[in-house]
Write a protein of this length. Structure first.
Length: 194
């Protein structure tokens, strides 16, 4: 028996606590139905991990399901905290999804590196991409010239294109020299049409 088989048994026996709340999202009224149960075995064995399970189903006024997800946690779920836990679960998913989107579509080409090599090359490429993303994120927090350059360019992809062109053709003393060079926006000289 799995977690969901156990939850289904508890639902049939009326042992899962429901919490129903309505709220407005813009002009629409939605109903959020939370269900939870504490101390459910993750699997059907004697040494199974006990978890606290909760679910959120959001429906519109016509009863159409807009959102449906469930989570397991080690924190005790109550009527008072189930909505906060669901909001935290959704926020975590959003953060992970946005990071994955950045890694796939904003110049890191994350999905294109799998399948290389016979043993460990694809893992090495994936690790290097994650390290690059970590370094770039850290630079946004601590390196003012880098942040100024990133804010001046419309996207990460554009930043990488500029960076690639510059380091291919011009010598730079160090990272600061490169960032200060990229951060300069010289005023264009008027064309001599005379």
């Amino acid at each position: 028996m799995t977690l969901y088989e156990g939850v289904a048994d508890l639902l049939r026996n009326g042992e899962v606590t429901p919490v129903v709340r309505s709220r407005r999202i813009g002009k629409k009224l939605v109903t959020e139905t939370y269900r939870f149960v504490n101390q459910v075995p993750l699997r059907h064995t004697d040494d199974a991990l006990m978890v606290n399970w909760f679910e959120l189903v959001t429906t519109d006024q016509d009863g159409a399901v807009l959102f449906n997800n469930a989570w397991a946690t080690s924190h005790r779920v109550t009527d008072e905290n189930v909505a906060s836990f669901a909001a935290a679960g959704r926020a975590r998913w959003k953060i992970e999804n946005e990071n994955n989107n950045t890694l796939k579509t904003k110049g890191y080409h994350f999905e294109h590196n799998f399948g290389h090599g016979k043993q460990f090359l694809s893992n090495l490429f994936a690790t290097m991409i994650l390290l690059a993303f970590l370094v770039h994120t850290t630079l946004e927090w601590v390196d003012a010239p880098y942040l100024a350059v990133r804010n001046a360019l419309p996207s990460r992809r554009t930043f990488f294109e500029h960076l690639r062109a510059l380091i291919h053709d011009l010598p730079f003393d160090d990272w600061n020299h490169l960032m200060l060079f990229m951060g300069k926006s010289p005023d264009p000289e008027p064309l001599n049409t005379g």
